[in-house]
Design a protein around this ligand. Structure first.
Ligand SMILES: [Zn+2]
Length: 71
């Protein structure tokens, strides 16, 4: 019975490490980049929030569309 509990514990630790491993910073860089692309940025001109990948970035500031770009 105790042996079964020890085996169960080992399995749980193995599963925990496996799950943790997939979420660790050593996982592929793509995950972080995708999350970054979905981050919301506020348009400097009209204040609308757009995702980073949809925003237009000029001089370190984000804009929702060409209409909001500074002249
Ligand atoms: Zn805008």
């Amino acid at each position: 019975m105790i042996l079964k509990l020890i085996l169960l514990g080992i399995v749980l630790v193995a599963v925990y490490r496996f799950m943790g491993g997939s979420l660790s910073p050593s996982s592929p860089k793509n995950g972080a980049e995708e999350a970054d692309a979905d981050a919301l940025e506020e348009c400097e001109t009209c204040g609308i929030y757009v995702t980073k990948k949809e925003s237009i970035m000029v001089k370190g500031k984000h804009y929702c569309s060409k209409e909001c770009l500074p002249n």
